[in-house]
Design a protein around this ligand. Structure first.
Ligand SMILES: Nc1nc2c(ncn2[C@@H]2O[C@H](COP(=O)(O)OP(=O)(O)OP(=O)(O)O)[C@@H](O)[C@H]2O)c(=O)[nH]1
Ligand SMILES: [Mg+2]
Length: 309
């Protein structure tokens, strides 16, 4: 029997920014919270390049996550833009989650991140991530580090990879979010166009197989997209942009081995994502200085690429 006033909890609705240094596990965590692979993930830093919106709707209400680029010292226009996206998400969100890679020793960047987060208006949570790789005794000093100064409402050790601690985090977030109606149709997982999400998934495969400066110097654009529903087929024509001819040679690989490997992995992933058969036409295009090109950077964000006359 339920007493008076014990009806269902009032619906919550608001935004949650996931911020931190590169590689902390922000995108892995957003995917885990959504139960879907929306954001791309890699072991290279600076994987996420813009704010990614992920929507979680349940009987408790609606949480809108902002997955953000890792905060780093920006050396190119693209990177300045990346850090700006993180700052904007931090400024706008109702709740801020600071993710820390607890498997790495504390560094200068951690103090800087804490200062940035401190300035956010809403409640803040510190998430000590990757606890699957940390021995318990080593975790205690990290917890103390974040508990000092009472900046954070909660300090939650989690593993975005295994899901450890994530249910508790979700419960805490529902409590912290304001009451209100959902902002988006509860059926929606995200607001980004399919073309952009497809380009991201191709880029994930590029990140998987490249190393050194190449992950930072490459981007993926979808140039043409054709659907043939009667044949259950989507034709995607995309280019991998690099900055120098030498990089182009590497991405193509010996007798095209590397680009074929990227293409096969990307096609299989896109078939699962789009739930159609996919024909993927992939090229490598050398475009010096693309990371400084304002117009191209805008195209990359919208997923609509203008190849020029
Ligand atoms: N062992 C372990 N690895 C993790 C965990 N969370 C993330 N990772 C790994 O850490 C790496 C970076 O993960 P991402 O989710 O791409 O990190 P990110 O913070 O989004 O990185 P940027 O977008 O570059 O800022 C990947 O190799 C993940 O598999 C975790 O809880 N445990
Ligand atoms: Mg990321």
């Amino acid at each position: 029997m339920s007493g008076p006033g014990e009806g269902p909890p009032t619906a919550r609705s608001g935004t949650v920014a996931l911020v931190g240094r590169p590689n902390a596990g922000k995108s892995t965590l957003m995917n885990r919270l959504l139960g879907e692979k929306l954001a791309i993930v890699s072991d290279k830093p600076q994987t996420t390049r813009q704010r990614l919106v992920g929507i979680l709707s349940s009987e408790r209400g609606q949480m809108v996550f902002y997955d953000t680029p890792g905060v780093h010292r920006p050396l190119h226009r693209m990177n300045k833009q990346m850090v700006r996206h993180s700052q904007e998400a931090l400024d706008e969100a109702d709740v801020v989650c600071l993710l820390v890679d607890a498997a790495q020793p504390t560094g200068k960047g951690d103090a800087y991140m804490r200062e940035l987060v401190e300035r956010a208006r809403g409640p803040k949570i510190a998430l000590l991530n990757k606890i699957d790789r940390v021995a318990k005794p080593n975790l205690l000093p990290r917890i103390a580090e974040y508990a000092a100064g009472d900046r954070f409402r909660e300090i939650i050790p989690i593993s975005a990879l295994t899901g450890d601690g994530v249910a508790r985090l979700e419960a805490v977030l529902w409590e912290l979010l304001p009451e209100g109606p959902p902002r988006f149709d509860p059926e929606l997982l995200t607001i980004h166009p399919e073309r952009f999400l497809a380009a991201e998934r191709i880029r994930e495969k590029v990140l998987e197989v490249t190393r050194d400066e190449l992950p930072f110097a490459s981007a993926v654009v979808v140039e043409r997209w054709e659907e043939e529903p009667e044949r259950d087929l989507t034709r995607i024509y995309a280019s991998i942009l690099v900055e120098r001819p030498g990089q182009k040679k590497i991405v193509i690989g010996r007798q095209g081995a590397m680009i074929r490997q990227i293409g096969t992995a990307a096609r299989l992933d896109l078939e699962e994502f789009l739930e159609t058969r996919v024909y993927l036409d992939l090229h490598v295009r050398c475009q010096p200085g693309w990371r400084e090109d304002q117009r191209l950077l805008a195209d990359l964000e919208s997923g609509v690429y203008w190849a020029g006359e």
